[in-house]
Design a protein around this ligand. Structure first.
Ligand SMILES: Cc1cc2nc3c(=O)[nH]c(=O)nc-3n(C[C@H](O)[C@H](O)[C@H](O)COP(=O)(O)OP(=O)(O)OC[C@H]3O[C@@H](n4cnc5c(N)ncnc54)[C@H](O)[C@@H]3O)c2cc1C
Length: 377
């Protein structure tokens, strides 16, 4: 963010940190001229009602930017990014949702400008997938036109605050992404509206596939859900498992031998699931799902339910307590682990319960004698 005046900088930083404090994030402000520690704390005190309590609890930290970035006038990229990672690990282990950082670029007028540009590129990449966001602030008055270009290139997006007004600086990537989103929006809009001339369709044209072949269409749709559809799930499963591993490392539970075995089992089984999905896709050449697809539903639903239990166990007793007050429905918030734990209970039921999946595998894949059926009238 580029700022024109000190008030612009304080206004923006205060809204940024105010939102972080209220969302239970650990906040660090690496200050530099023109902001002093007193300015930082006083302006937040005005914005956040219980700021002093949060400050005393260690949720907010002010760092002297110069010392943090340039220890003894030495710029060491690894030391700085390592320092942020340590702080993030510490914050997660204390139960914060993530970490929110802001640093003021005092280095514009030093001879470390080039090193800082490299640092910002490296930091941008190292943030991917981490529960950490960073707002770098730059004085417009101290910036040259080339600095503006360097800064915009090193960040996901850039904004400017000038005398109380916001301005957005767009990169070509951001413009392109916006255009793609608009195209998708248009496409969705078209799909959700009856297309022109739909009233002219004959009953025959309302039928998907051939008349009397509904079962084949249903099986093909199911094959898609259990094959290609599962590949997408796979990515979110991996992200969830990574979150559980990270939490176990951060709070030390990964040192418990039984917990290590459960984590390793979860990892190994997710790999097996991935290979099974790929095998199911490579063997698929017709409207009926291959045997691997029947195994997938039983396997992933059970795996995910166990992951939910593991996530809660990694957190310990704290994992069972939801945010906010139970009596206040708006404030009753579940975190990601709790959502996984609760939602995964439904997964062994919907789309055909685990017992039904086992029947399908027994009867249709292994050719075992059918389960006795109840009498029909
Ligand atoms: C979150 C959620 C979302 C859902 N979404 C959809 C949806 O989008 N579309 C849709 O059509 N449905 C949906 N369902 C319904 C779902 O498909 C059924 O709940 C599921 O197939 C199980 O059927 P049921 O609830 O009637 O249980 P029942 O068939 O009554 O089964 C009760 C118990 O008996 C067992 N059982 C039943 N039959 C057998 C058998 N032959 N052999 C051995 N054990 C058996 C079951 O495993 C279960 O333990 C959803 C369900 C949930 C929970």
């Amino acid at each position: 963010m580029f700022y024109e005046t000190k008030t612009d900088l304080l206004d923006a930083a205060v809204s940024y940190f105010g939102a972080g404090l209220e969302s239970n994030e650990f906040c660090v402000w690496a200050i530099a001229d023109p902001v002093t520690e007193e300015d930082a704390k006083n302006s937040l005190r005005r914005e956040v009602a219980d700021f002093d309590r949060r400050l005393a609890a260690g949720q907010f930290e002010v760092l002297p930017g110069h010392d943090w970035y340039l220890k003894g006038d030495q710029f060491d990229l690894k030391r700085i990014t390592g320092g942020w990672s340590d702080k993030l690990r510490g914050a997660l282990s204390k139960g914060y949702e993530g970490m929110r950082v802001s640093g003021n670029a005092f280095w514009m007028e030093t001879n470390h400008w080039k090193e800082f540009c490299e640092y910002e590129h490296e930091l941008d990449e190292s943030l991917a997938g981490q529960k950490m966001i960073v707002m770098c602030t730059y004085s417009l008055r101290a910036s040259r036109a080339v600095d503006l270009l360097d800064v915009t290139r090193a960040h996901q997006f850039s904004v400017a605050r000038r005398n109380g007004h916001w301005e957005f600086l767009e990169t070509p990537e951001l413009k392109q992404a916006k255009r793609e989103i608009e195209k998708l929006h248009d496409a969705m809009d078209v799909l959700s509206r009856p297309f022109p001339g739909h009233e002219l369709l004959t009953p025959r044209e309302h039928v998907v596939g051939e008349a009397g072949q509904g079962w084949t269409v249903a099986l093909a749709t199911l094959a898609f859900e259990r094959g290609v559809g599962l590949l997408g799930h796979q990515l979110s499963f991996r992200r969830e498992l990574d979150g559980v591993l990270e939490a176990a490392r951060a709070n030390g539970r990964s040192a418990d031998p039984v917990m290590r075995q459960r984590l390793a089992r979860s990892f190994a089984e997710l790999e097996i699931l991935r290979f099974n999905t790929l095998r199911s896709l490579s063997g698929y050449d017709g409207p009926v799902a291959p045997p691997e697809a029947s195994i997938s539903k039983l396997y992933w639903a059970t795996w995910h339910r166990r992951l939910g239990e593991l996530a809660i166990d990694v957190r310990g007793m704290d994992g069972l307590v939801a945010g906010g007050a139970p009596s206040d429905l708006d404030g009753y918030e579940l975190d990601e682990f709790q959502r996984t734990f609760l939602f995964s209970r439904a997964e062994t039921i919907y789309g055909g319960s685990n017992e039904i999946q086992k029947n399908i595998i027994g009867e249709r894949v292994l050719g075992l004698p059918p389960e006795p059926k109840g009498a029909t009238r």
